[in-house]
Design a protein around this ligand. Structure first.
Ligand code: BG6
Length: 515
């Protein structure tokens, strides 16, 4: 019996899910828990199978015991032991495979056909590559050579970011994939697009008469997007030192959030119409073709030793697997312009960094101030109205308006009215991966990035990366646990703005109304 009795349940069609990289971190932390949640909510019926694929040998019992641990630790639903668990776990099989050896895929094919027959699955196959991106091309080709794409149903490829390192490498990867899969069969994950509040941006914008009429350069002064993290590079030094914050977060999550905020209403709520609008935003980004322009609009930083919560934190260059002379950025902030009719002249300030004071993703829309010459403005300093969309870990929105301070003669105070979705008892938002796996099984690609989006994002990011590569030493430093280099403050101060405090760490004089 499904657990979410009150929500609409759209059941995925009978599918075999292949998890390549079945013993890895992503599968363990995100994919298995997501599949379990879908099952618990009735979004996966009994006609599904999961085949975990990885190199190391595992018995079915070992695999299912790992599966149990992963769900126990990371799933938002507790494991229901006993018969129900046994019934769920039976759908999982493990296949040890050298992914470079085509014969292995032929064996996998037989194995798959047996599972399909057992569960009455009509040949629908979803290949989730939780692997290093260098392997995407060859695994796709081997799937084809090994006959894995010859079943009667559909075949879809789901791949993780990063999609390439820059535009040329992304093009090369795309060509490799296109030899085997058509664009509509490729589901490129940007897990931010699976987040509940990112998807809610569309609804907040297009379903409210309050906002859409004001959503333009006549009324909005600036937009601020912050993706801050408290963690350092953890065990991913090898990858991160090569990528840096611009490629790791900028090319994908940050630009995707920006497109959701800036896009025009699509003509219909269909995947291609929505993605058409998003790609137009990326194409409208004002490019920074010279090094001087990059320098004037983009700040890069790297954390040095610092402190948070009474703990000393190492500097980036002291972290594991990091070059001690590395100039890789762990922070960047930029002022971007979307040069179209709606947004001409409105700065979009974006920033992201590791080892910042709080973990949060927030979008602040700052409205233009009321004219200062009218009655109220003469007597008071009015704060601008804000709409704040809190993506994670808190989920919700708040709006900041000016109102009379109750009990005073005529004192005006900012009042923040909040709807905190994640604070509501009974609302247990699905994890991004649940939504994305479910959508991919349905063939709904709305919240996946299309090739032209990826390409447009890279061509914008590449110019910044190229300018930086010419002057690698020109990087600012910030102590771990701080809000990043001071140049990021100046980026806004030059325009008469400031970064608004995140996470509700508002100035003292704000009255909060929490809902
Ligand atoms: C990933 C980045 O895409 O997103 C990581 O590679 C980052 O460096 C992570 O930590 C952040 O995701 P979330 O969902 O925790 O905000």
């Amino acid at each position: 019996m499904a657990d979410n009795q009150n929500l609409e349940v759209l059941q995925a069609p009978g599918t075999v899910f292949f998890i390549f990289g079945a013993t890895g971190d992503l599968a363990h932390r995100k994919l298995y828990p997501a599949i379990y949640s879908l099952y618990r909510e009735g979004k996966l019926a009994e006609d599904f199978a999961v085949i975990g694929v990885a190199r190391r040998p595992r018995t079915p019992e070992e695999f299912r015991s790992d599966l149990y641990d992963s769900i126990q630790e990371f799933c938002r639903y507790p494991v229901k032991d006993g018969e129900e668990w046994a019934r769920f776990a039976e759908h999982f099989e493990y296949k040890s495979l050298d992914i470079h050896n085509v014969d292995g895929y032929r064996e996998l094919r037989e194995h798959t056909e047996a599972m399909e027959a057992k569960y009455g699955i009509p040949g629908n196959r979803l290949f989730y590559l939780a692997l290093a991106p260098e392997l995407f091309g060859s695994v796709s080709l081997n799937l084809q050579k090994g006959g894995m794409l010859e079943s009667g149903g559909w075949h879809r490829l789901v791949i993780e970011k990063p999609f390439g390192y820059d535009l040329p490498s992304a093009e090369k990867l795309n060509e490799e994939l296109n030899q085997v899969f058509k664009e509509e069969e490729i589901f490129r994950i940007d897990h931010y697009l699976g987040k509940e509040m990112v998807q809610n941006i569309e609804v907040i914008r297009f379903a409210n008469a309050f906002f859409e009429p004001l959503w333009n350069n006549k009324h909005i002064a600036n937009v601020q997007i912050t993706l801050s993290e408290t963690v350092g590079v953890e065990e991913r030094g090898g990858y991160y030192d090569h990528a840096g914050a611009l490629r790791d977060m900028g090319q994908n999550h940050m630009l995707q959030l920006l497109t959701m905020i800036a896009m025009e209403p699509p003509s219909r709520l269909l995947a291609e119409d929505i993605r058409d609008e998003k790609v137009k935003v990326l194409r409208s980004l004002r490019p920074y073709p010279t090094e001087a322009e990059v320098k004037a609009h983009v700040v890069r930083g790297q954390y040095t030793e610092g402190e948070a919560g009474g703990k000393v934190l190492p500097g980036y260059r002291q972290e594991d697997k990091i070059d001690p002379n590395s100039n890789t950025e762990t922070y960047f902030a930029a002022k971007l312009y979307v040069d179209n009719f709606r947004w001409a002249g409105v700065p979009f300030y974006i920033r992201t960094g590791k080892r910042l004071p709080v973990k949060t993703t927030e979008v602040v829309v700052e409205f233009k101030s009321m004219p200062n010459n009218v009655y109220l403005g003469q007597k008071h300093t009015l704060a601008p109205n804000l709409l704040v969309i809190r993506v994670n870990p808190m989920e919700g929105i708040y709006i900041k308006i000016n109102a009379k301070n109750p009990g005073t003669e005529s004192e005006i105070k900012p009042l923040a009215m909040e709807f905190c979705q994640s604070c509501q008892v009974g609302i247990n938002s699905p994890e991004a991966y649940e939504r994305l796996i479910h959508d991919a099984a349905h063939g709904d690609s709305t919240y996946f990035t299309r090739w032209d989006e990826v390409a447009a994002a890279w061509s914008f990011i590449d110019r910044i990366a190229e300018a930086w590569a010419k002057a690698p030493g020109e990087i600012s430093h910030y102590p771990a646990g701080s809000w990043g280099p001071k140049e990021a403050e100046e980026l806004l101060a030059q325009d008469g703005f400031k970064w608004w405090p995140v996470n509700g760490q508002e100035e003292d004089n704000v009255i909060w109304i929490k809902g």
